[in-house]
Design a protein around this ligand. Structure first.
Ligand code: F6R
Ligand code: MG
Ligand code: MG
Length: 377
């Protein structure tokens, strides 16, 4: 049996410049140095440090499996080191997503988000890495539904005998911390009945009946974990592609619809999801609009392969930045039009999220103050 590879994408917002915009290059550098050392020490096979908006992203490959203590501790320490650099520079929200002072065995529940998958590498293993800013994990539910369950998006579901088998979809209830495995297409309508409620349900995993794991999403709900507002989840997703799984183009296609997602300014508005290049992921309009980036890589002998020359230094990668293309300008323009329209609602719903989903609220205090003045109708 060939050795399995694990791809771990662990992310956190540990400080940025001029508001919630982007980490300082020095923060990325200290994290890279630590991950580079972990390659030399034999813990990691390879890594790539990047960002989406104000979130630092540590993409790592190794042979240790999911939820490995050493790998999670490495990510935690890298974020701590980056947060210290941010603190030295008095950057904004330094250390924001690190909710405890000490590492407790796994980054989950401590602030950072993680998408991890372990699998047996196919002879060629194309992968798309999605990173979002200023939104929650259920933002991926609509594209996942289209990619893996909608034959009008993924023609392969109909015409490729390997794709025809269908998928198992693991759905989490992020409020009650429960999960359920459902079968597509047999339970398609039931699956959509849950996923349509984006305040509560999100897809955690998609599993192909013969290939195995196909997609995984980080579903840690930061605001609920902390019991108070500490930042949006800004979720990530890994998707294996091709040869019976959806083609890269089928995975990217749903992002041409700039769906409304909850998050954006103060984690409390609906904005149109804006697909963009990593370099374009600074939130330049009203702390947004909510963004999504997509990087294309190969997993090759347990390592990351982008457009860099084979055998180049670990960490030195050049993934394909899929949303950098001019083709996406039309989607970006539409997203901006929709976001400007949504902004027109000011503090009124549906411009803002429902009262239960607001990340900031003054309402309890206002209601308390008004109590003596409240009259029966
Ligand atoms: C949204 C986000 C920002 C902040 C906003 C207020 O995820 O990060 O929109 O919520 O800039 O930030 P504070 O409360 O730090 O002034
Ligand atoms: Mg932030
Ligand atoms: Mg963020």
């Amino acid at each position: 049996m060939p050795e399995k590879v694990t791809v771990s994408l662990i992310k956190a917002d540990v400080g940025s410049i001029a508001g919630h915009s982007r980490p300082h290059p020095r923060m990325m550098e200290v994290a890279s140095e630590m991950l580079g050392k972990a390659v030399r020490d034999g813990l990691l096979n390879d890594y790539y440090v990047t960002r989406c908006g104000d979130d630092m992203q540590l993409l790592m490959t190794h042979r240790k499996g999911e939820n490995n203590r050493e790998v999670h501790e490495l990510a935690w320490n890298a974020f701590m080191a980056a947060a210290n650099e941010a603190k030295k520079m008095h950057l904004y929200a330094a250390g924001q997503d690190l909710l405890s002072d000490a590492f407790s065995g796994n980054v989950r529940g401590q602030g950072p988000g993680a998408a991890e998958m372990e699998f047996e590498e196919r002879p060629t293993e194309p992968m798309l890495v999605f990173m979002a800013d200023k939104c929650g994990p259920s933002a991926y539910s609509l594209p996942i539904s289209k990619i893996f369950m909608d034959p009008f998006t993924t023609t392969g579901l109909v015409i490729d005998p390997r794709a025809h088998l269908g998928y198992d979809i693991e759905i989490v209830d992020v409020v009650d911390h429960k999960k359920v495995l459902m079968s597509s297409p047999a339970e398609l309508y039931d699956i959509l009945a849950l996923l349509g409620d984006t305040t509560r349900y999100a897809v955690k995993r998609v599993i192909h009946r013969s290939v195995g794991i196909a997609a995984v999403v980080s579903t840690e709900k930061l605001n609920i974990l902390a019991g108070k507002y500490v930042g949006k989840d800004d979720p990530v997703m890994l998707v294996r592609c091709q040869s019976g799984l959806p083609a890269v183009g089928e995975v990217l296609q749903p992002f041409a619809f700039p769906q409304l997602v909850a998050g954006w300014m103060r984690g409390s508005h609906y904005g149109a999801w804006y697909p963009c290049a990593v370099d374009q992921s600074d939130p330049t309009y009203h702390d947004g609009p909510p963004r999504v980036c997509s990087l294309g890589i190969q997993i090759t002998n347990g390592k990351i392969q982008g457009c860099e020359a084979p055998g180049s230094k670990p960490g030195d990668h050049k993934p394909i930045d899929y949303f950098a293309g001019r083709e996406w300008d039309i989607v970006r323009n539409k997203a901006m039009e929709i976001s400007i329209y949504m902004r027109g609602h000011g503090p009124f719903m549906p411009g803002i999220v429902s009262p239960e989903e607001l990340e900031y609220t003054t309402r309890p205090d206002i209601l308390k103050k008004l109590e003596p003045r409240m009259q029966p109708l």
